[in-house]
Design a binder for this molecule. Structure first.
Ligand code: SF4
Length: 440
């Protein structure tokens, strides 16, 4: 009988994080003593029950996005209740657990929330989950102790991305390669700087090309990258920037690689795109379109959300790109807190200018994400006129986006916030623990 198993909840929206987690497990050689099982939320309890006859110790590990709560929060709470009865420990990490450790532990019922980056601390977290370790000895965990006190043990911070594979080679679970983690811009609506901090860490060029070659050797030709801002790549250890990175990556094109840079699943900040950069991209990447974050056409609102660029920067970027035959899909967020009717009008005008310069529009709806300064804010109302103009752009084929679904999802998330599934603050958490939930 094997001693230990880790059951990992696994579904589409979190798959890249799970692949990276398993890559870190390989690096720590945890597979020697532990079997990892990836299961859907629906199969989780059944799998654990089956594994109980084969293993003496089992833990449940989960990466969580806030938006996953919509379809899964009741199921997760039920799983955790049942696992607790069986004496099986559950640990949740990822953006939601980091942003709302109170709700993760108190409402979703995980025994521990893990805050921040887990790679360096993974062996300790697994030992904790398998009951070999005291929680007070594990950096990054949050829990409620026996006396009902909230205990924070700091947060995990992975300094060296190079130490870990970007995915799990052993299990053939591949992902785009994370080349940069953390973001210094700290935009008010975005979790990246608050979950991974504003300290940027870069995978070295040697390490990135090593993993690209590995992917090519496994028959994967499309080389994609995860980064908050593709053009901010600049490794301080070597001062080598995205120009040198792309110069190296572009050599892999002769071996059949296709380099997709500044496009899904990452993007570029507009103020960094100029003629020179565009010309360079034109000859070094395979994508003909990049993704740019504009967020709004209102400069006042850009200041409020702390974006650090202007609406003009977006238009200049599009001109520079189109001068060399490239184009862009431009992301906007509608319903941002404090968005006025005038801001909405400016955004529509801005979208039209972007379209006239060859850009395509992608519309998102504001989601108040835990861990961000806007976690307790509500979306601004979308005026009828604004809604009509947006629908017109979508109807003309110049704009797309999941904003209508997101609008409904946010309504649900606000309900979860009101009902205390999402808790966010210690006051709210105490109220739930004492049975008197207070509304926001
Ligand atoms: S929106 Fe982009 S630039 Fe702003 S904090 Fe997030 S990742 Fe950084």
């Amino acid at each position: 009988m094997r001693r230990n198993a880790v059951v990992v909840g696994y579904w589409k929206t979190i798959k890249y994080s799970v692949h990276a987690l398993l890559g870190a497990a390989e690096e720590h050689e945890l597979h020697k003593d532990i079997d990892f099982y990836l299961v859907s939320v629906d199969d989780l309890l059944r799998t654990v029950n089956e594994l109980r006859t084969k293993y003496s110790r089992i833990m449940y590990m989960q990466t969580l996005l806030t938006t996953d709560l919509l379809s899964k929060h009741e199921k997760l709470a039920e799983i955790n209740r049942k696992l607790r009865d069986l004496g099986i420990v559950s640990v949740a990490g990822g953006p939601h657990a980091t942003g709302d450790p109170f709700g993760t532990v108190i409402s979703l019922g995980f025994e521990y929330a893990f805050l921040g980056d887990v790679e360096d601390l993974l062996p300790q977290v697994v030992e904790l989950g398998l009951n070999y370790r005291d929680p007070s000895s594990v950096v990054g965990v949050f829990y409620v102790d026996d006396s009902g006190k909230f205990v924070f043990r700091g947060r995990g911070f992975t300094k060296e991305l190079d130490k870990y594979p970007p995915f799990s080679p052993k299990l053939n679970l591949f992902s785009p390669i994370e080349i940069t983690r953390g973001c210094r811009y700290s935009c008010s609506f975005c979790q990246v700087s608050y979950i991974h901090t504003a300290i940027t860490r870069h995978r070295s060029i040697e390490n990135i090309t090593f993993w690209c070659k590995y992917l090519l050797s496994r028959g994967i030709r499309d080389l994609r990258f995860i980064t908050p801002d593709a053009l901010s790549y600049e490794d301080p250890r070597t001062n080598r920037d995205f120009i040198e990175l792309l110069s190296e990556l572009s050599k892999l094109r002769t071996a059949g690689g296709k380099v997709y840079f500044g496009t899904f699943p990452s993007e570029m900040r507009p103020e960094k795109i100029n003629q020179e950069v565009s010309r360079f991209l034109r000859t070094h990447v395979d994508n003909k379109r990049v993704n740019i974050g504009a967020q709004t056409g209102s400069d006042e609102l850009l200041k409020k959300i702390k974006r650090g660029h202007t609406s003009e920067d977006v238009l200049n970027a599009l001109e520079a790109l189109s001068s060399v035959g490239l184009s862009a899909e431009v992301d906007y967020i509608i319903g941002l807190p404090d968005e006025t009717l005038e801001d909405q009008q400016l955004t529509i005008e801005h979208m039209r200018k972007v379209i006239s310069k060859g850009g395509r529009i992608r519309i998102h709806y504001f989601i108040p994400l835990p861990g961000t300064p806007y976690a307790l804010r509500n979306p601004s109302e979308i005026s009828t006129q604004f809604r009509r103009e947006l629908m017109r752009l979508v109807g003309s084929g110049k704009a797309r986006g999941n904003w209508l679904n997101q609008e409904n999802a946010v309504r649900e998330l606000l309900r979860l916030r009101d009902e205390g599934v999402i808790l966010l603050t210690s006051d709210r958490a105490r109220n739930v623990l004492s049975g008197s939930l207070r509304k926001a």
